[in-house]
Design a protein around this ligand. Structure first.
Ligand SMILES: C[S@@+](CC[C@H](N)C(=O)[O-])C[C@H]1O[C@@H](n2cnc3c(N)ncnc32)[C@H](O)[C@@H]1O
Length: 453
């Protein structure tokens, strides 16, 4: 039978593939990818796209739920789960599939058939774990809303109580929307490049404090916007810092080029391992604090005999890992490209009397080479962004003969690609452990240890 777009067919889901979608075979042979589905699900699905050898379809009806589907069958779609693409799986199954996805890329892209993939380290908190959220504004014809972009679109769907965001963050966003609606502020329209409100960002910390950043399409801050922020601040003693970010560019990047402190402190603080960190609006900081503590201690435990070692913390952010490492290591060099993050790091080191961490602001690819010529380095920890590390840097690391590497990644497929290069250049991957930093989503963090062969 010839399939067509819009057609409704019945399908049984066989497995979850890398990226988080379910896969089943129509008539036992034609591959159909179904987001938000669970192995064992028997479903009625609507075909939304067709290629020669596979198609994609959305769930219309759950005929029989798979055993690992959560009990509440009223929630079905991406929007029902507030954009959480693993929300339909019970938590143990989420951990199992994350391990399988890491295994898949290590074998297929990393071309490593030997290393044991350890069980996924579960997160102590499964919901409301995010200490930072950025939501786009939209106007639904009646009122200003915030939420998430629908899949593969720039239409926003309203989320009242974001299940991943901290409870305080949700309350602040709700109140901000009330005040903005009262004052009838315009919402940014990306097609016309007009309107004011673009995004809201809220960072919260374990001391129940918050930083509120309103991102607007403007070149200056009006008194009206300032008074709106003041009204929100007056309602929440928890807000210790308020910024306006000016973003008048045609871009998908949320934060603007100018971040102006309007009220309160320049940074928000967070504590890990009794070190007080300072975080600016633009600085990277892990979003699931309790699990971050476990991630860092796992990564640090992968080094052998830390004492007396000189270690590079590459892609350092605000220097979190480096400063924790510095309690044991002889010396740490933290390399980071974003200036504000380096400034935050230097301030943190000063405030915590940490003297054996040296910050280097620049590109790892350039700075690592210079550092290695000047100093003997024993080990390196790599924690790059999603795109991973360029081949030249990996080859440079391999050439200078660093004995051990710990690699943290938020993207298993670039991790696997980089591992393949490092193994080719003389390293052996000896440990791989997935870590669940992002429950309810298919995102995976992974930590690996490599040693010189
Ligand atoms: C995944 S974050 C890790 C931060 C930190 N290790 C932590 O756990 O908080 C990656 C960091 O790499 C930085 N970065 C990206 N490209 C870089 C480059 N070429 N050289 C140095 N740092 C870079 C980003 O600004 C970001 O702070």
């Amino acid at each position: 039978m010839k399939l067509e777009k819009g057609q409704i067919v019945e399908i049984k889901i066989e497995k979850i593939v890398y990226g988080g979608e379910g896969l089943g075979y129509y008539n036992g042979e034609f591959a159909m990818f179904v987001p938000m589905s669970v192995p064992g699900d028997i479903l009625k699905v609507e075909i939304i796209s067709l290629k020669k050898s596979y198609g994609r379809a959305l769930i219309k009806e759950i005929i029989t739920p798979g055993a690992e589907r959560i009990k509440d069958l009223n929630h079905v779609t991406f929007e029902d789960f507030q954009g959480c693409d693993f929300g339909m799986l019970d938590y143990t199954a989420q951990l199992k599939y994350k391990k399988e996805m890491v295994e898949d890329v290590i074998r297929r892209i990393g071309k490593n058939s030997e290393v044991l993939i350890e069980d996924t380290l579960e997160s102590p908190i499964e919901k409301n774990y995010r200490n930072k959220v950025i939501e786009p504004f939209s106007f639904n014809g009646q009122e200003i809303i915030t939420g998430f972009f629908k899949r593969k679109s720039h239409d926003v769907f309203q989320v009242e109580d974001n299940m991943l965001n901290s409870v305080l963050g949700n309350k602040i966003i709700t109140e901000l929307k009330n005040v903005l609606n009262k004052n009838k502020v315009t919402v940014y329209d990306e097609k016309k490049h007009s309107g004011i409100l673009r995004h809201v960002m809220v960072r919260t910390n374990s001391f129940n404090e918050a930083m509120l950043v309103l991102i607007i399409n403007d070149t200056k801050v009006s008194e009206k916007i300032k008074s709106i922020l003041k009204e929100v601040m007056d309602k929440f003693k928890e807000i210790t810092s308020t910024y306006i970010s000016l973003n008048d560019r045609k871009t998908n990047v949320a934060l603007g080029h100018k971040n102006l402190l309007i009220f309160g402190e320049k940074t928000i603080k967070e504590d890990i391992d009794n070190i007080h960190f300072n975080i600016s609006p633009t600085s990277f900081f892990q979003i699931n604090l309790d699990q971050t503590k476990r991630l860092y201690s796992l990564a640090i435990s992968m080094f052998e005999n830390i004492e007396n070692k000189k270690i590079v913390d590459a892609y350092a952010g605000t220097g979190t890992i480096g400063m924790i490492l510095s309690k044991k290591a002889k010396k740490v060099y933290s390399i980071e490209i974003v200036e504000s993050a380096v400034k935050d790091g230097i301030q943190t080191a000063k405030e915590n009397n940490i003297e054996n961490v040296q910050f280097i602001c620049g590109d790892v690819n350039k700075e690592l080479g210079k550092l290695i010529k000047a100093e003997k380095v024993d080990s390196i920890i790599l924690d790059p962004p999603r795109k991973g590390i360029d081949e030249e840097s990996l080859i440079n690391i391999s050439k200078v003969g660093i004995e051990e590497i710990v690699y943290i990644s938020c993207n298993p497929s670039t991790f696997a690609r980089d591992i393949e290069i490092l193994e080719r250049e003389g390293y052996k991957l000896v440990r791989v452990k997935p870590v669940d930093m992002f429950p309810q989503t298919s995102h995976i963090e992974v930590v690996g240890r490599l040693v010189k062969k």
